[in-house]
Design a protein around this ligand. Structure first.
Ligand SMILES: Nc1nc2c(ncn2[C@@H]2O[C@H](COP(=O)(O)OP(=O)(O)OP(=O)(O)O)[C@@H](O)[C@H]2O)c(=O)[nH]1
Ligand SMILES: [Mg+2]
Length: 360
């Protein structure tokens, strides 16, 4: 399951957005309280809704995203409390970060400046990663005589030194263009500045209709490799999340909101992380699965169950669009040659409907 950590400066609207996304009621305006909220949201997918309607299965299982809401990060915090800090630890296990940037005026807080706040967050991530990687470098250097694979240790030392040097120039790790094998090595330390970021401008109610313009203004300063920018009004979205679908639609039309933040931010997260969905169908269960784009049939089968990966024989695949074009009839898909037999190396496509044949 995809886990996104919600980060931001104090009072930026993290908990409000968390409530909008998950429907979990957590206290807002609880400034500085060090509690952690965890909640899940279904990944909206119109294709899946059509499959549910068609099959009326006993169980409907959408993909799920988990959001983790932590206390605000203050500038200079990392140097004081170090990284053992519980809430940074909770962020480390997330695949990506959702950075909430305040774009509304609030009493007692400086005038909004999302680009400045984003830099502050990056600095804290870099500082905390620096401490971790520096410790690791010391350890490897100290133990190198005892390590069985000296060449590997030297490669790690070289990588760590390169990372530390970049971070000393305030460059986040995700901007280093690391090779896949280097990413694997670093991932075990879960550096925050390596994680992809969905930055969300939290705009005031009065700015909802100007979101496009505001986004364009901040894109150059914030977007880059592994960082995408979106906008939402957290306080309004929180209200939308509490309405039934029809009232929500009406309310959103009044305000000029085309799609709820829930839908937009989940889609943006999938895009940022290069994730796609495939489906399994049947009268027992219709279900969506999340995999990285480019994953092969055999690994994708492993998402369903390890037996399916181990004993993979072949996959029977039809794309959702083809399936619907045949009015949801599998025999028609078969007759038209749209239901294909694919081997273990087939690259699963977004919207594939798949049935795995296996033997263990
Ligand atoms: N005008 C406006 N106010 C907002 C918006 N989002 C949040 N607020 C207000 O900002 C204050 C802080 O909101 P929270 O959601 O608690 O912010 P937070 O980032 O979780 O705060 P900490 O957890 O204390 O760091 C509350 O008074 C909210 O009502 C928004 O989109 N517009
Ligand atoms: Mg909060």
């Amino acid at each position: 399951m995809l886990r996104l950590g919600i980060v931001g400066l104090p009072g930026s609207g993290k908990t409000s957005l968390f409530r909008a996304l998950t429907g979990v009621v957590a206290e807002i305006g609880a400034a500085g309280r060090r509690e952690i909220h965890v909640g899940q949201a279904k990944v909206p997918d119109a294709r899946l809704d059509r499959l549910f309607a068609l099959y009326q299965p006993r169980k409907e299982t959408p993909a799920v995203v988990e959001y983790v809401d932590v206390a605000g990060i203050k500038a200079g915090e990392t140097s004081r409390s170090g990284l053992e800090d519980q809430f940074l630890g909770d962020l480390r296990t997330c695949e990506a970060l959702l950075a909430v940037l305040r774009h509304f005026e609030a009493p007692g807080l400086p005038l909004p400046d999302p680009a400045r706040d984003f830099r502050t967050l990056e600095q804290e991530f870099i500082l905390s990663d620096h401490i971790i990687l520096e410790k690791r470098l010391h350890r490897v250097k100290k133990d190198i005589q005892k390590l069985p694979n000296r060449a590997e240790a030297n490669r790690e030392i070289e990588l760590l030194e390169r990372c530390l040097e970049a971070m000393e120039q305030e460059i986040p790790l995700r901007r280093l263009g690391l090779k896949p094998e280097e990413m694997v090595l670093l991932k075990s330390y879960q550096p925050l500045s390596l994680k992809p970021v969905l930055a969300v401008l939290n705009v005031g109610e009065e700015d909802i209709r100007r979101e496009g313009e505001i986004l364009d203004r901040y894109r150059p300063a914030i977007e880059g490799p592994g960082v995408e920018l979106a906008a939402a009004c957290a306080s309004i979205e929180m209200e939308i999340a509490q309405l039934d679908p029809a009232s929500a639609r009406e309310f959103m039309d009044d305000l000029g909101i085309a799609e709820s933040a829930l839908d937009r931010l989940v889609r943006a997260s999938y895009h940022l992380l290069g994730l796609i969905s495939f489906f399994t169908i049947g009268h027992d269960e219709v279900r969506a699965w999340t995999i990285p784009r480019g994953e092969r049939a055999r690994q994708a089968a492993g998402e369903i169950h390890s037996d399916l990966e181990r004993g993979f024989i072949r996959a029977e695949v039809v794309h959702f669009d083809d399936f619907m074009a045949q009015e949801g009839s599998m025999p028609a898909c078969r007759a038209q040659g749209l239901l294909r037999q694919e081997g273990k190396d087939y690259i699963v496509q977004d919207g594939d409907i798949m049935e795995v044949r296996f033997a263990v």
